[in-house]
Structures are given as C-alpha cells and as structure tokens.
Design a protein around this ligand. Sequence first.
Ligand SMILES: *Cc1c(COP(=O)(O)O)cnc(C)c1O
Length: 405
Amino acid sequence: MDIFAHMQQALHDLKTAGNYRVFAELERQCSAFPRATVHRADGDTGEVTVWCSNDYLGMGQNPKVTGRMTEIIAKCGAGAGGTRNISGTNHYHVQLEKELADLHGKEAALIFTSGYVSNWAALGTLLSRIPGIIVYSDALNHASMIEGIRHSGCERRVFRHNDYQHLRKLMAADDPKLPKMVAFESVYSMDGDIAPIKEICDVADEFGAITYIDEVHAVGMYGPRGGGVAEREGLMDRITVIEGTLGKAYGCMGGYITGSEVLVDFVRSFASGFIFTTALPPALAAGATEAIRHLKESQVERARHQATVAKVRQALDARGIPHMHNPSHIVPVMVGNAAKCKWISDILLDQFGIYVQPINYPTVPVGTERLRITPTPLHSDADIKHLADALSSLWSQCALARKVA
Ligand SMILES: *Cc1c(COP(=O)(O)O)cnc(C)c1O
C-alpha cells in the first residue's frame, strides 16, 4: 500500500464532499477586538470584524488580564519549566486552582493544558479506574468527552439529546448495583440550547449516579459570579464534577475540573494526560486567575453581552434571516447547504470585511449547515447593522428562503 497516496486520496475525498477545512489566517489586534487583520493566501492583508470568536467577552485583551500576564512573564519567565510533579508547579497554578474551586463552590480544582485535555483525561481516568462503572452520555456531547469515554473502555449508553426521560429508561434497565455516571454539557455550542440540569440531576440521584457537566460555553458568562448555568440555577452542589475552560470567556488558555478533595486527588494521581505533560506557563495561570476574579465581581461584560446578542437577533429578524432560537448567546444562522454556507462565508470575508467561519458536516448534521455567530460586548450597533445588511444581500443572491416574522 502506498501510504502517501492513501493520504492524498483521503484529502481529495474531503474536498470533494465540501468538508475540507480552510483556516483564516488572522492577526488579532489587542485593544481593537473584534477587529483583526486577515492575511490572505496571495500575501495581501485586510481588516475584518470577527463574528465567530469564542473570546466571548473580549477578556483576551482586558488590560487587567494582559497586564497581569506581562507582569508575571517579567517575574517568572516564559514557561513552567516542568511537569507539575517535577519542578513545574508554580505558585500561580496553585492560586488558580483555589480560585476555580471557590468559583464552583467545590473543595478542589485541577488545571490541564486545555479544556479538551481536561475532559479526555478526567473522563478517561474516572471511567477506566472505577470497576464496573457505566457512563450515560448525552448524544451531542463534545468530541473531547466522547474521546475520554471511548478511551476508558467502560460500558456506555447514549441518551437522546437533553432527553432525561430516555436517560431514566436507560438507567432503569441496568444493574442497580453497578456504579454510574451521567456526563453532559450545560450550553451546547452548535445549537446554543441548554440542558435541563435539575431534571438530569434528579434522575442521576434516583439511580445513585455521579454527575459530570461540561460548562465550557457557560463559565464566565452565566451566574452572578460567572460560575456557569449551574450557578445561575443554584445547582452547583448537585453536580459531582464541573469542568470548564480558560480559553473561551476567560480569554486565555487551559482547562480544569472541580470537585471533592478525594475525586480531584484521584484524577491528579492517576491521569496520564495530567501527569506526563509540562504545566501551563505561570503567566497564563496568573492571567486566567485575573480574568476569573474580574468576572466574579463585574456584571458589565455579561450584561452588555446579552444586550448585543438581543440586538443581533432583532436585526436578523427584521430582515427575515432565519436563525435558531435558543436561550443562550450563540446565534446559529441557518443556511442548510454546505456549498452555499462556504460561499457566503467567503464573500463576507472578501467583500464585506466580516469573518464568520462556515460550520458544515461532520460538526453539524447535513442539511443544517450554518454560520455560527457569536456576538461580544465589543460589537457596535454599526457592526451589527453591517452584518445584518451583508447577510440580507447575500440571502437574495443565493435565493435562500426568508422567514416572515
Ligand atoms: C471548546 C470545547 C472544549 C475544549 O475546550 P478547549 O479549552 O478549547 O480545549 C470542551 N468542551 C466543549 C463543549 C467545547 O466546546
């Protein structure tokens, strides 16, 4: 077999299917977010407004955060200098873990190099090392959770998305003596819908299961201190493990879990993906700590963010641009065709200075291709009008259906 010919063919097939990923090369501009410079393939550059960033609140350029990072780089240098076990545990990692445990009202926290790694390592470790455990996993769980679950090799059941009745049915069919875990998210990133956390916890309690929630798209954004949807709904104490990221609303990088002392110590002691890798740079840990502290106190970013989201939805409705209604900050504009979705995204970038990455299969089901718009508190009324007008004109050019309000 010709290995390289095989790779070539696989890439060719991806392109033919319209699923080949092309990255936009951006140069983010601190203090001008959501503006960025785009570097095109021909060497040209241009200015764009970013409408698909997960730096939801613009904390990546908050002067308190960047100032703190600069200060700690000057003090501690660039890298951590080792794994957590071998000379890499810095004072700022420990401070960050205390801050996170406090954020979620838990005894302890553990940080990882990304949210992906935190899900993969924590789920992989818990599920492979608790004998006989069965995991019940929401059908739309993130790839990092699925990979962690698969890697563990444990028994798994998939319940229909957000369907706690189906979850109950699956749990009732299993041996009551076996240990169980329910794994789900709060805000689902592609549809922007929110899990019925209380009902899921009720079912989990009924069968004595532990619960694991991914609040990656909610931390910093919901709850009076940014503790996520579970904080907003007063449910943090019903969840065994709360997992989150420092890379989205907190504007930095890294992931974490929070939970009881013994559970966190267990993951710390057995998770290969935690043990055998260099710790996060101290400056990153300090910057993330600053972002968390700021969003524990300040309501300004959250309030402005929700206001911008509402304005974007209104502007789309006024022009009949169909978007998925949901209770979160994510605005999926539905195109329903892979080629048109990519074409609209390309034209927005090239002719309107608007950057929204197309979301196609396999990230979302075929026929639900979309532009996933993520407004921030930093998008102006003029930005919103420009986006809605541009979409409206492209909707006509593509002969796409409008929705009558
Ligand atoms: C982005 C994402 C992650 C991974 O977090 P990173 O910090 O980006 O690695 C985990 N879960 C969900 C639901 C996500 O969308």
